[in-house]
Each structure stands twice: as C-alpha cells, then as structure tokens.
Design a protein around this ligand. Structure first.
Ligand code: ACO
Length: 378
C-alpha cells in the first residue's frame, strides 16, 4: 500500500511519534523534553541532559549522583578493546575506529535482554561511559602514546579533555566543552538518529544501534561538515578572499559547508550559542584568525543565500570552539558522536517501547520479465 507520494530524503514525512525533542525551524526553537536548549546550555550538565533525554524527566539530586557514579565506574576499557585498537591503522579515520569500537562492545556484553530495565540501563551507562574513552584512546595510540586512564575526580567533560590532551583542562575550557556536549546531544529525526531507529527496530543489540548511527553521522552532509568547515576557512585564508571564494564556489554549484539545514530556515539556535562560546574562548586564550573569516563568510552567505533560508548550522562555529579546546579536526565528528549517543539512546529506548520494524516501500522503476542474456552475448 502506498500512502503518500514519493518524497526524496523522506522530506516532511513523519516516521515516528516522539516526545524527545522539538524543533521549530522557522523560529529557531530547539527543546529537549520541552525545555528550551538555551536553558539547558546555561544551567544543565551533559549527564543531566542525557538522563532527561533517556528517562524523560530531569533527575533528582540522588538519581543524578547515582547515574554519574555509574558512568564514572564504567569509563575504563577492557584491555581486549585496547589491544584491538592497537591493530587499527593510525592513518584510519577516527570515526571508523569509533564505529568498530562501538560494535565491538557487543562482543563483550552480548547478553541481549531488551525487556529488562537493568539491561537497558547497563547498556546506556556503558555506551555513555566508554565512548569518550575510546575516542581519546585512539587519538593517543595513533600518536604512539599509551592511552591515559580516566580520572574519577573530573567531570565528564573535563575528563575527556584530560584524556585527550594529557593535561587537566582550564575550568573555562571544561565548562565550554560541557555546553558543547549539551548542544549536540539530540536533534529530532536526523539521518543518524533515523539510522539508529531503523537498526533498533530489528531488536538487535544497542551496540549495533550505536555503531549504525556512528557510521551515518560520519558523512560530510551530516556530522562530517564541521571538519570541512575548517578546511574551507583554511582554503579561504583571509577576510579579503571571502567574497571571491564564495562567488567561485557558488558558480561551481558547490555547497558552503556549515550552512543550510533541512529544518532550520533561520540561524540554528545552537550556532548562536556556539558563536558566543567561541568568543569567550578567544577572549581568554587569544584571538583566532579563522573567526574573522567565519564572521565575514556568514555576512556574505546571508546576503547571497539568506533569501533561500540558508544560515549557519550547528557545524559552522563548533569547529572553531573545538580547535581552541585542543581537539584535532578529524576528531570533531567523534566528539559530536560522544554527545549524540545520548539522543540515539533516547530514540532506541523510545523505539523499543512502541516497536514495529521499519519496512518502507518503493516505487519500482525497473524492467519486468527481462531476458537473461548469456555472458558471451552481452
Ligand atoms: N551552500 C549553498 N547552497 C545551499 C546550501 C549550502 N550549504 N545548502 C542548501 N543550499 C541550496 C541548494 O543548492 C538548493 O538551492 P536551489 O533550490 O536553488 O537548488 C536549496 O538551498 C535547497 O537545498 P537542498 O539540498 O534541497 O536542502 P536540503 O534540506 O536537502 O539540505 C543540507 C540540507 C544537506 C544540510 C544542505 O544544506 C547542505 O548540504 N549543507 C552543507 C553541509 C552541512 O553543513 N551539513 C551539516 C548539516 S547540520 C548536521 O547535520 C549536524
């Protein structure tokens, strides 16, 4: 049965009913469980936000403490996983390493009991706890160093920066990274979340669900865009070159990375917050040449493409913040994944509650009863 006309990219086609997050793309509104993103960015922490997304309500003080302690306890990696990572080529992309590691967790925690709340909670805790450790470990191992063990006295955000940069982060840097994690945690039915939902709908294990989503997030039209934004700012090189570069790229019908969004037709509210964070970092740690180029590019794109609703998306300013936090460009997307795991897990849990396997239909455009031509006659 076909219920509506074909819409490329499923644009505007509802694929679920969800109470996890809400986006109003015309007015630049994003809410998690009804709470505006700017409130959470200002007042919450990543783990509290993750709890809210996954278990529907803000935790009490005791619930949050218990959750934080569980995460802290599970941060370390089994030595088998570290040994497996040692075999990864150092030239490999960290998103591929992360996808392999997320899937490998399924080998070590293979009991599948999707109707057991204790199993669900353990999977949530393990994934949130171990993914940052995996990302940091891959970064150190590819430099030839041993991974740094997590530190129990540091917050989730500070501990990641510590494991990555091998030194305790400045408190402002840790606070700003915490906000970045809150901002990236969830965003309705984007490509990677949909991928997680489709995988979840087969009732496979949660590690396969997250591995699917990581693979989907890696593409340049999705999470991979932030990496390409920095490459683009590098290629522009100077404020004077912004407009000639833009004209040339548009003439060649190429996309301007970090701009445009399927849902937002105004500036993404997360980009507004991230721009403010970038400014705080520059004020404390020194100006960045990319920032002037980026703001001039934003002005020029708005003049040329604002009429089409093309404005900065979340990826435009996130890279500038990450670079200043000491995060290498090819780790931008894995860092996005560290945060988005919260949203993917919330959708996994929601999918399990009302599950029906995804099985859309197609409009067949091929031949019928075609002859089989023998190989010698083709
Ligand atoms: N640069 C230039 N033109 C653009 C851009 C852009 N970044 N984005 C959209 N357009 C133009 C298109 O050329 C098209 O113009 P036309 O109608 O004259 O042909 C029009 O805007 C609509 O474009 P669509 O491709 O239909 O928009 P869609 O909703 O499919 O695309 C997407 C959304 C993929 C994000 C797109 O804006 C894009 O490619 N942006 C660059 C990559 C990027 O930054 N991705 C990160 C998105 S945020 C995230 O995933 C976390």
């Amino acid at each position: 049965m076909t219920v509506c006309e074909f819409r490329a990219g499923l644009e505007g086609v509802p694929v679920t009913q969800s109470s996890i997050s809400f986006v109003d793309g015309q007015h630049g509104i994003l809410e998690y469980r009804g709470i505006p993103i700017y409130e959470l960015a200002e007042k919450s922490t990543f783990l509290e936000t993750a709890y809210l997304l996954i278990w529907k309500e803000l935790p009490t003080k005791e619930e949050l403490e218990a959750f934080e302690n569980e995460i802290q306890y599970h941060r370390r990696l089994k030595y088998h996983i570290r040994d497996m990572m040692k075999c990864f080529p150092e030239s490999g992309h960290p998103m591929d390493a992360l996808q392999a590691c997320a899937a490998a967790l399924g080998l070590f925690y293979s009991r599948r009991a999707l109707d057991d709340p204790a199993y669900i909670r353990a999977a949530v805790v393990r994934l949130l706890a171990k993914i940052p450790t995996m990302v940091a470990a891959f970064q150190l191992m590819r430099k030839g160093n041993d991974p740094v063990q997590p530190r129990d006295d540091l917050s989730y955000a500070a501990n990641f920066l510590y494991m990555l940069n091998e030194k305790e982060p400045d408190p402002l840097a840790a606070k700003i990274f915490e906000v970045c994690l809150v901002l990236h945690a969830e965003h309705t039915i984007n490509a990677s979340t949909f991928s997680a939902m489709v995988t979840a709908s087969t009732l496979t294990d949660p590690y396969a669900v997250i591995a699917s989503a990581v693979g989907t997030l890696a593409g340049p039209l999705h999470g991979g865009a932030s990496e390409e934004v920095i490459e683009m700012l590098d290629a522009i090189g100077s404020v004077e070159n912004v407009r000639p570069y833009l004209d040339d790229r548009l003439q060649r019908k190429e996309r301007i990375m970090g701009f445009g969004h399927r849902v937002y037709k105004v500036k993404d509210p997360r980009a507004i917050i991230l721009q403010g964070l970038a400014e705080q970092l520059f004020e404390k740690f020194g100006h960045d040449k990319y920032y002037d180029i980026a703001t001039e590019l934003e002005r020029a794109v708005e003049e040329k493409l604002g009429g089409k609703g093309i404005y900065p998306n979340v990826d435009f300013y996130s890279g500038l913040v990450y670079l200043k936090l000491g995060i290498p460009t090819d780790l931008f997307t894995p860092v996005f994944a560290i945060s988005r795991v919260a949203g993917w897990l919330a959708h996994w849990k929601e999918q399990l509650n009302e599950n029906r396997i995804f099985r859309p239909t197609q409009i067949y455009t091929g031949l019928h009863s075609a002859p089989y031509v023998a190989i010698g006659d083709r």
